[in-house]
Ligand binder design. Structure first.
Ligand SMILES: [Zn+2]
Length: 276
């Protein structure tokens, strides 16, 4: 599933393919990704316009198209790819933006993605609600620590909250907690300042490593059949921990599965809890 690194790769590719180029034709059939917006009006508003910017925040992308923003969320299976102008439509093609020498297509088999057009001065509410983006804004350990002190949720749940940190999903949260040696069920408010700093570093390193592993013109998500797994512990239950060799376990929290190393990521024991 696309999270911050995969969406960042999409943004970099779209910038290379589209920035400064005129959209000579837009084709967007009516599907669920438009949430009822009129497809012909959308096509008309994009055709003949120049792409002036490509931005990303959390798991959202947006293309500046003259006085509008075209927002794109990849949902669970969405991806932007580049094709030749004369290549036929893919079975799961949901949008197509043609520029002079290429055709940029949005593919989304499961249709959980979104495509929304808004005037520049009417920023999308989902975009505005996003918390700190680890790449765009950077993460501040003191500010994050203060936020964690105010919640009764587990650290894993907080990491998935897009209004706290934008772009971290189940994969990056699992990887970051393993790197920080923190149990996902720990209460967020119980983390010490040193643990929050470790967590920030874990998030930053996990994102940087995923970007380095996956960057390229055409991405394959880890859930796709036959896809490689570039992650340390995500979807590796039963395999040895890359750090200590203990068998990786899987737990379920609020319906989401997390893998963890029981040795590297101990639950705080009685001793830890009785400390002031
Ligand atoms: Zn371990």
């Amino acid at each position: 599933m696309p999270e911050l690194p995969e969406v960042e790769i999409a943004a970099r590719n779209l910038r290379r393919w589209l920035a400064g180029q005129k959209i000579v034709a837009a084709r967007i059939p009516a599907t669920r990704i438009l949430r009822g917006a009129a497809a012909p009006a959308l096509e008309k508003r994009l055709s003949g316009r120049k792409v002036t910017a490509v931005e990303r925040r959390g798991k959202w992308l947006r293309l500046g198209v003259d006085r509008d923003w075209l927002y794109s969320h990849l949902g669970m299976t969405g991806k932007w790819v580049r094709r030749g102008r004369d290549e036929p439509a893919h079975r799961h093609e949901r949008a197509r933006l043609d520029v002079a020498r290429a055709s940029v297509r949005y593919l989304d088999p499961r249709l959980f993605g979104r495509l929304v057009l808004r005037a520049r001065d009417e920023e999308l509410a989902d975009w505005r609600a996003l918390g700190a983006d680890p790449l765009v804004d950077g993460l501040d350990a003191d500010a994050l620590g203060a936020t964690l002190k105010r919640t009764s949720r587990s650290i894993k749940e907080v990491l998935l909250d897009q209004t706290v940190i934008a772009g971290v999903g189940n994969i990056q949260a699992t990887e970051a907690l393993w790197r920080a040696r923190l149990h996902p069920a720990r209460r967020a408010s119980s983390l010490s300042a040193a643990e929050v700093r470790r967590l920030v570093k874990g998030i930053e390193r996990s994102i940087a490593d995923t970007l380095a592993d996956e960057e390229g013109p055409e991405i394959t998500y880890v859930e796709e059949p036959g896809a490689p797994n570039p992650f340390r512990v995500y979807a590796r239950a039963g395999e040895p921990c890359p750090r200590c060799g203990r068998r990786i376990e899987r737990i379920v929290q609020a319906g989401r599965s997390t893998t963890l190393c029981p040795k590297c990521q101990p639950r705080a024991g009685r001793n830890a809890r009785s400390r002031p």
